[in-house]
Each structure stands twice: as C-alpha cells, then as structure tokens.
Design a binder for this molecule. Sequence first.
Ligand code: AQP
Length: 344
Amino acid sequence: PQRVFSGVQPTGNLHLGNYLGAITRFVALQDDYDCIYCVVDMHAITQAVSVWGGPEELTKSTREVTAAFIASGIDPEKHIVFNQSQVAEHAELAWVFNCVARMGWLNRMTQFKEKAGKHRENASVGLFAYPNLMAADILVYRATHVPVGEDQKQHLELARDIAQKFNTDFADSIRRVSGEDEFFPLPEPLIQGPATRVMSLRDGTKKMSKSDPSDYSRINLTDDADTIAQKIRKAKTDPEPLPGEEDGLEPRPEAANLVGIYAALADRSKADVLAEFGGAQFSTFKTALADLSVAKLAPIASEMRRLRDDPGYIDSVLERGAGQARDIAGPVMRNVKDIIGFLR
Ligand code: AQP
C-alpha cells in the first residue's frame, strides 16, 4: 500500500477543527494505507515560548496529542505513531530543503504572514522555514498522501515544489545512486468532506484555532458535556431560521459552519442535514448539535483521561514508533547524502 504521513502540533487546546480536519481522517485512512502519524514537537517551538508554554507544557501536550490519536481510534500496533524530535532525520533533511527552497517561495506563505503578524522582524527563523521542515517530515518517508485541513494546502504545494526541484537539480546523481528517475514522490493532499475548515464559534470568517484567546471560539477535545453545550448555545448566529438548501448558507458563514460541523460529526452531507433542519430556529438546531457533539466527543475525552493516567504507556508507544520511523527514514537519508555528494 501507499504511504500516508501527517502531523499535529503539541501546542495545547486540541480542538474540534483538528479533530474533524485531521484526526478523524487519519483514522479513516488506516485500512487502505501504511500510515505514519507524528506529534510535530519541533514545529511547536517555532512560535514564542509563551505560545507553546515552555518545557513542561510541551511534554504534557506531546502526550496529550498522542492520547487523542489513540482515543480517536488510531492503532499504534498497526501504524507508526511517534514524536518528531526523536527522529533526527527530520531535521537533517530539513536543512537540505532549506537549501533547495527559495526565499521567494516562502515569502508567499500566508500562514507565516498570519502567525508572524505585524512584527515580522521578531518572528523566529524557524517559523519562516516551517514549510521546509514540513516537506522534510513527509518526504523523509517518501510518503505519497497527506491528510490535512485546507489551511495546510499551500504548504503541501510547497513540499511538491521542493521535491520537484530536488529531483531536477540532482537528476543525474539520483539515477546513479538509486537507479530511479525521480527520488522524491510529489505528495498529494487528501482534503475532503464537509469540515475541511472548521471556523471559530465567535466569528464564522476565522478558522477555529488553538491560539485564539477566547476559549468560547472553539470546542476543545477535553471539554466536558456542560462546557460543550454552553459553547454551542453561545455560538454566534444570525436571526434567520436555517435554510432548506446549501445555497442559502453561502452568505451566512456562522450558519454554514454549524451545519458543516453537524454534517461532519454525523457523517452526513450538508444537504441532508438541511433537509432535516431547514426552516428550524437555531435554538432547536443548537440543541441537536450539542447532543451530537457530546455523544461523539465525550467517549474520546474520557479515554484521553484514562490514558493521561498512564504516561508510561504513551511514552512506550512513542519510543517504539520512533524506532520504526527511523528504520524508514535512515536509508532514505543515506541515499540523500549520496545523491548530494556528502561523504559518509
Ligand atoms: N479550523 C480547522 N479546521 C480544519 N482543520 C484544521 N486543522 C487545524 N485547524 C483546523 C488541521 O489540524 C491539523 C493539525 O494542525 P496543527 O496543530 O499542526 O497546526 P495548526 O493548523 O496551526 O492548528 P491551529 O489550531 O490553527 O493552531 P494555531 O492556533 O497555532 O494556528 C492540520 O492538518 C490542520 O490542517
């Protein structure tokens, strides 16, 4: 089978957007692909220490994302689950990619602009080079498919550009070393379904995000039933009842978001959800959405709590996964060195 790679940052507040946009897809791909799911702790430190919370918080969040993976149904016995910093090849290949990618390519990345904000001079070099590390994460396993939310699409296109430039720049050497025409595959994004972009509950034009200062903007995977219900009750809406057709959602970002969340959680299409709730008031729809959210998320939260009490188990999963990851990344990186001409 073909290989899938994807990652989630351990930066706290794992939310419904991460769950629907990423983790549920990771789960769904397990039958058809060899999957590598990574807690990308080296990406987490690209932002200010105050954002990722410092050493204790990073360790805790790394275990928490791992617990969320397992609680959501990722099977670490069948697939590889590990944290990025345990496999040195990620950083090694990222350096090579720093020298393949062009400044102009990275200058176009909208996530850097959003995260660096107005004070770009104060952003870390790592935040700027983040997409190069992400390309290395994927390509060090020569992964072909990458399930991500829509916000990561631009980064994935950059990974393809890097793979292509490497393949072209070193074409002769690649043929000599590996006998292939192309060393790196061009990885494809897997972005489908009704919730590829879950928006903030306070503002339907902003994506739901870990770093939003308002906790009411997101549903955290660890929220209890009352908190989930309250956040949905308070979610921003407009005064109109729900439309009967999808077209009617277009000028109404908050309504579109809540319907999209419902559809994704229920594994139904938006049209199907609107066929049921079209004409209903938000109060009615929000009650149904809260009930559905609690039904889907409460078992995950309780399994995460159980796993939290067993950090030894989580750590052993990550250690074993890292060993398996190294077994794949090591030979690829040795080939890369030979292709470039690094003596070893
Ligand atoms: N709102 C979202 N809707 C759908 N998918 C989302 N993802 C994130 N937010 C949404 C997807 O979750 C995966 C892991 O994301 P990440 O933690 O590695 O990084 P991120 O995208 O930076 O997450 P946040 O919550 O948006 O963090 P901050 O606040 O730091 O910007 C990815 O596949 C992503 O697409």
